[in-house]
Design a protein around this ligand. Structure first.
Ligand code: FES
Length: 102
């Protein structure tokens, strides 16, 4: 299955396979709308908030994503797989820079 991924403040929508993380799907489409670091859940740089859509989350280090964050749909884009069309916003350390660039 393929789903549409939209990043708040960014005009472009990309298509992501359900087997790819949101970050992988964005990078595969040459989108730089979300900051990318380790791509393995270790650095926390790809923190986003899912504003609409269904997803499946893999393990995420509590030092980056608290249980409270997860309840608010704040996740690591490199650890989340789409299960429907997704809309998200960048909320991590680089959110200001990325949201201004979009
Ligand atoms: S890119 Fe490092 S945690 Fe996602």
């Amino acid at each position: 299955m393929h789903y549409s991924i939209s990043v708040s403040g960014c005009d472009r929508t990309v298509i992501c396979r359900d087997s790819d993380s949101l970050l992988t799907g964005l990078l595969r489409s040459n989108s730089r709308a979300v900051p990318a670091g380790c791509r393995g859940g270790g650095c926390g740089i790809c923190k986003v908030r899912i504003t609409s859509g269904e997803y499946e989350a893999g393990p995420m280090a509590r030092c980056h994503i608290s249980a409270e964050d997860q309840q608010k749909n704040i996740v690591l884009a490199c650890r989340v797989y789409p299960r429907s069309d997704i809309t998200l916003e960048v909320v991590g350390k680089l959110a200001r820079r990325f949201n201004q660039a979009a």
